[in-house]
Write a protein that binds this ligand. Structure first.
Ligand SMILES: [Zn+2]
Length: 102
């Protein structure tokens, strides 16, 4: 039955490789098939940082997701390279302050 077959392939998302950590997954944080769940969370955190809304909570929250990615064999070097600002919050804030006073 063509209709059923269509529905089956529509519901079942294909496995993809996360562009950030290299994890093979079917699970995404959102309707995004480029990044896995934890990487989507980290990318949103980096956006929050860029928006100036990051606080003391950020490094801790970041490390929790990093631990998740690490636990399932994600490539942390790649993750760090993918979002350098998120892994150097102090450096980023310093650059930001310098830009503001310039
Ligand atoms: Zn990922």
């Amino acid at each position: 039955m063509p209709a059923n077959r269509f529905r089956a392939s529509f519901n079942r998302k294909p496995v993809f490789v996360c562009e950030c950590c290299g994890h093979r997954t079917r699970e995404t944080g959102q309707d995004d098939d480029r990044f896995c769940g934890p990487c989507v969370e980290l990318l949103m955190m980096q956006n929050t940082l860029w928006d100036g809304g990051a606080g003391d909570w950020l490094p801790k929250a970041r490390d929790e997701f990093v631990a998740k990615i690490s636990k399932r064999g994600g490539d942390l070097a790649k993750v760090r390279a993918f979002m350098p600002d998120l892994f150097d919050v102090e450096g980023y804030e310093a650059k930001r302050a310098a830009r503001r006073s310039a």
